[in-house]
Design a protein around this ligand. Structure first.
Ligand code: HC1
Ligand code: SF4
Length: 573
């Protein structure tokens, strides 16, 4: 530990801390903009400058290490003026259409301008009017809003191991974009949206589908059905000021009904169905000498990553569609037949924590009935916007239940939302099917948590399943390299495109850099997911009574011909 004095307050802080971290421990708030804990610590924007006794110039607190006896001042006239001038320069070059910006009131730049008392901008930058890149089905990039903080660049390159966006040109022409000014649509971007989560302003956002949904809801000829992903229920409340980790399943269902959806279903049902199909696929591949390891395919960011960067593993991917696509296909076939509704008149909306799902639904191979399995995807953030637009008092809504049958699910479906959850859910079912004996303990702790790559061995009578889990594509890459070289061998691998899994998807509520210093949303939201699982009476997919009925009445058995037609897909390099 070292002793430092900040604004006259003595604090003891761990050796190696930065001035920014030390100030936090002394409850002193130093403003930041380009800083993102553990991801972008480059001292570039100089919003966090402080005076350090003995140092010649002002120092950037986010990168300046403390030393014993150091005296720091964070609120002197020189510090205040330097921060304001830096901010005014950034603002002089910024498209300041705050009122119509998707990040209005949730923008770190706006907040800073208010906090530093900037009431006029003394400089006028030479602004270039850049075209907006909205060619991809998932991500919109607006360089006019970009403040060159590089947070997106770091997350894409270092956390995801992808690096399709970078900094080019110099001076006033400096721009963050894909190479040669190309569109994100024309480079191997996986649409994970992690760059959106990192962006402090409105330069990166999801493709907005809210108008399409309003139109569908207002169309009397359409039967509009919604389903919600496991990870949405543990994050949506944040958009309404509720504490991170609050489970808002009942209020979410109530809000969706009030928005006018004809049925409110649960993607967790689709997750249970996926386990039936994928667990059977795994056992078949093991028994019949099929391609191993089997790798999960429910994360569309991961599937796109595999297609671009590791096509040699495409035969390893499970042929199962992702849970919401499976449920979409069931709604347009079984549900349509049972209720006498023409599938062309059914509009399926998936509320997802994910931006890549907006791309997934456009894939031509995911149209089991001749119509898209799912018609549109809303992110958690977009759903929150619709609820606000409709004037619904979310926090005070009563809890309501999902509609029956496709709203029935188990804890195994819920845990899909956290890294390791698909693996745990699959093993719960596979273990019982393979051994014919009930599992004593359904909680498989080895595959939980935030370690980049996790491993587990599960004994199933005469075979032992070797499993691995990776989350975030940089971790996936490290794992796949080892499998490729023969250093590691597995039967079954779960890969999720986003770090932490879906709870931290690119469509989730954005956690500000300042809050990220204190809380890890991946951990808090995942804890809520596991809490929800523990509270449910059924925790294994094969025990879901509606899943059993669906097989009895319609699909026959897992991996049947009909199941293959409706619930499976193929990958082409
Ligand atoms: Fe996911 Fe999935 S878990 S991919 O992370 O398999 O998005 O939550 O809906 O489809 O169930 C996302 C979450 C989600 C699918 C499921
Ligand atoms: Fe990179 Fe993902 Fe953003 Fe694409 S969506 S630019 S891959 S972080």
């Amino acid at each position: 530990m070292v002793k430092v004095t900040i604004d006259g307050i003595q604090v003891e802080v761990p050796k190696g801390s930065t001035v920014l971290e030390a100030a936090r421990l002394a409850n002193i708030d130093i403003p930041t903009l380009c800083y993102l804990k553990g991801i972008n610590e480059i001292g570039a924007c100089r919003m966090c400058v402080v005076e350090v006794k003995g140092a010649r110039a002002l120092q950037a607190a986010c990168v300046y290490p403390v030393s014993d006896g150091m005296e720091i001042r964070t609120n002197t006239p020189a510090v205040r003026e330097a921060r304001r001038v830096n901010l005014e320069f950034i603002l002089s070059n910024h498209d300041r259409s705050c009122l119509t910006c998707v990040r209005n009131q949730n923008c770190e730049l706006q907040e800073l301008a208010q906090k530093l008392g900037v009431n006029k901008i003394r400089f006028e930058g030479e602004r270039i009017d850049y075209p907006i890149d909205d060619f991809s089905p998932a991500i919109v990039r607006d360089p006019n809003k970009c403040i060159l903080c590089r947070r997106c660049v770091s997350v894409c390159r270092n956390v995801q191991g992808i690096g399709v966006i970078g900094v080019s040109e110099r001076g006033f022409d400096t721009i963050v974009s894909p190479e040669f000014g190309m569109s994100l649509n024309d480079v191997p971007c996986i649409y994970c949206g992690q760059c959106i989560e990192a962006c402090p302003v409105g330069a990166l956002r999801e493709k907005d589908d809210t108008e399409r949904i309003w139109d569908a809801l207002n169309n009397p000829d359409l039967h509009v059905v919604v389903q919600t992903a496991p990870a949405v229920r543990v994050a949506l409340g944040e958009e309404f000021g509720m504490e991170m980790g609050t489970i808002v399943k009942g209020k979410m269902v109530a809000a969706l009904r009030r928005l006018g959806f004809d049925k409110v279903f649960d993607t967790d049902f689709g997750a249970d169905l996926t386990i039936m199909e994928e667990g059977t696929e795994l056992l078949n591949r093991i028994k019949n000498g099929g391609k191993l390891p089997l790798i999960t395919s429910c994360s569309p960011g991961w599937v796109k990553y595999c297609e671009h960067y590791f096509p040699e593993f495409l035969d390893n991917l499970s042929t199962c569609k992702s849970p919401h696509q499976m449920l979409g296909a069931m709604i347009k076939s079984y549900y349509a037949e049972k209720n006498g509704i023409d599938p062309s008149k059914i509009f399926v909306v998936s509320v997802m924590p994910c931006t890549a799902k907006k791309f997934e639904v456009t894939r031509p191979e995911l149209r089991a009935t001749g119509y898209p399995d799912v018609d549109a995807v809303l992110t958690t953030r977009e759903l929150a916007r619709m609820i606000k637009q409709a004037g619904i008092d979310f926090v005070n809504l009563p809890d309501e239940e999902f509609d029956p049958f496709f709203g029935d699910s188990t804890g195994a479906g819920v845990i899909f939302g956290a890294t390791g959850g698909v693996m745990e859910a699959a093993l719960r079912t596979v273990a019982e099917i393979a051994t014919g004996k009930p599992l004593d303990n359904v909680e498989i702790m080895e595959v939980r948590g935030l370690e980049g790559v996790k491993e587990a061995e599960i004994s199933l009578g005469d075979i032992t399943i070797k499993a691995a889990v990776a989350h975030g594509t940089a971790n996936a890459k490290a794992l796949l390299e080892k499998v490729k070289s023969g250093e590691k061998e597995y039967h079954f691998i779960e890969i999720m495109g986003c770090p932490g899994g879906c709870v931290n998807g690119g469509g989730q509520p954005i956690v500000k850099a300042k809050d990220r210093m204190d809380v890890d949303s991946r951990q808090v939201r995942a804890a809520a997911i596991y809490r929800e699982d523990r509270n449910l009476p059924l925790r294994k997919s094969h025990e879901n009574p509606s899943i059993k009925r669906l097989y009895e009445e319609y699909l026959g058995h897992p991996n049947s011909h009909k199941a293959h037609q409706l619930l499976h897909t193929h990958y082409v390099p």
